[in-house]
Design a protein around this ligand. Structure first.
Ligand code: ADP
Length: 257
């Protein structure tokens, strides 16, 4: 039989984690990493012990979005395990901290990298591990979801009709795996200018998804220059402005996970 692309047993490093949350999207560039990082820092701000696993090996965003002093993952040479780096109390693992930069890889190599990072990391005791999933619903995502005992999934999308079709795919993947899809985040849904609210990508797609698939929560995240700037600066917006609008949205998301 073909060798499974991920280890079959629950990795030892994941055993002391209470909740593992997948943040997923069907396309790149919709704000999945922005949501994953801000959700993680919101949970940490609420007093939880949190880690982020950036499984987006093709385009790891985590190294840009946070600024830990130590930008390289350390190895424990005796146990041959990976020690996460840390920023503002959140434990972090990303291929982007592995010192190899972005790579051109075939599917099985990607799976191998994710598998290694997952199986050898010493997360310790965590209340939440937030997984920034690779975009899409292909083999890698499916197997990752089967190997990791996910407790919840959050789907990130943009308001276009086309995105609706993608979300449906994501919802189907998680429901097949019996992972509860607790929320959809409709990102870049509007922006405010000159005292008016604009909906550049149209409206209504998110509520259609929520109704059709019975997802309990829908959150709107506006287009905000500060969200983009904070992502680029390495300081998550919810940590920089814990009383702001964005932080409030993420607190509401945090409590439903
Ligand atoms: P993905 O993980 O889906 O590829 P990212 O989270 O990396 O997407 O977001 C892509 C880019 O869009 C980043 O530069 C990010 O800062 C920016 N961005 C995401 N959401 C917003 C928003 N609501 N307002 C402004 N910029 C955003």
């Amino acid at each position: 039989p073909a060798r499974p692309i991920f280890s079959e047993q629950l990795p030892a490093g994941l055993q002391k984690i209470s909740n593992i949350v997948a943040v997923s999207s069907c396309k790149g560039g919709v704000g999945k990493s922005t949501v994953a990082v801000n959700l993680a820092y919101t949970l940490a701000g609420m007093g939880a012990r949190v880690g982020i696993f950036d499984a987006d090996v093709y385009g790891p965003s985590l190294p840009t979005m946070v600024s830990p002093e130590n930008r390289l993952l350390e190895m424990n040479p005796e146990k041959r395990t990976i020690i996460p780096t840390e920023y503002l109390g959140v434990k972090l693992v990303s291929f982007g901290f592995a010192g190899q930069g972005r790579a051109i890889m075939r599917g099985p190599m990607v799976s191998g990298v994710i598998d290694q990072l997952l199986t050898t990391t010493e997360w310790g005791e965590l209340d939440y591990l937030v997984i920034d999933m690779p975009p899409g619903t292909g083999d890698i995502q499916l197997t990752l979801c089967q190997v990791v005992p996910l407790t919840a999934a959050v789907i990130v999308t943009t308001p276009q009709k086309l995105a609706f079709i993608d979300v449906a795919k994501g919802v189907r993947m998680f429901s097949k795996l019996k992972v509860p899809c607790v929320a959809v985040v409709e990102n870049m849904c509007h922006f405010d200018a000159d005292g008016k609210r604009y909906y550049p990508f149209g409206r209504g797609s998110g509520s259609q998804v929520v109704q059709q698939f019975g997802i309990p929560h829908l959150f709107d995240l506006p287009i905000r220059p500060t969200l983009s700037a904070s992502g680029d600066s390495g300081m998550p917006e919810v940590a920089a402005d814990p009383q702001g609008e964005v932080a409030k949205t993420f607190q509401n998301l945090g409590v439903c996970i």
